[in-house]
Design a protein around this ligand. Sequence first.
Ligand code: IPE
Ligand code: IPE
Ligand code: MG
Length: 261
Amino acid sequence: MFKGLFQRPVRSMPSAVTLKTDGLDMTNIPKHVAIIMDGNGRWAKAQGKARTYGHKAGAETLKTIVRAADTLGIKAITAYAFSTENWKRPVTEVHFIMELLSRYLTSEIEDFKANNVQVRFMGSREGLPAIVNEKMDHAIDETKNDTGIILNLAINYGGQAEILHAVRSIAQQVANGTLNVEDIDAPVFENNLYSKGLPSPDLMIRTGGDLRVSNFLLWQIAYSEIWTTPVYWPDFSPDMLIEAIKVYQSRERRFGGLVQK
Ligand code: IPE
Ligand code: IPE
Ligand code: MG
């Protein structure tokens, strides 16, 4: 069902970053990388600064990583920017993040277009400030014909909420008579997820040292390779992305089967 999506010609970016790719197998680059960008607050605190300073730095890191990912030939990045549980944070921090998102989507749009980045989002639009929703729609519209890397931002996203959303949508289709219960299978389910149209991540990266999933992509990471680092997100670098990919390349993906030796 995902045939064709990743068959576009690979474009090189105008001012592609120089990357140390020695030892990297360029024929086995993960197509889709999911990132839990964690540790912004601790990074700032370690420098005696406010947590918000870390979020600002984290947004810069994402730009660098998207450029590096594109240069390496990664086709899609799904980045966890704000979870359904992050509303529990102090209102000042939540406001700051929403404003940062809004500003980011404005300031980066020309850059996304210049670099052929297609912006997508996953998560619930409900509860987001109107301005953020507008900027998201604008970013989708402005970049919808871009054929380079897909930057899929998870905003107001939770894996459980996504599954519930899919279940409600499927139940509605059954109630309407447009879907038979016996036709509900994995592809139908996936078509009702926010990630519709994107293949499962090959690699999931978590920065910040915690070894948990924190409600990210619960369905989609069934067979993703996981790589974690204690490094806080603002300090994550293209070299570390390459290190993660090298580890990914050393893994044997069996998907429950056996690898022929
Ligand atoms: C990740 O960094 C960004 C968001 C969750 C919005 P954190 O803000 O969680 O930073 P730490 O984990 O508290 O250091
Ligand atoms: C996950 O980080 C969410 C994002 C990176 C947006 P959190 O900081 O919210 O996760 P927990 O609280 O450590 O599980
Ligand atoms: Mg955190």
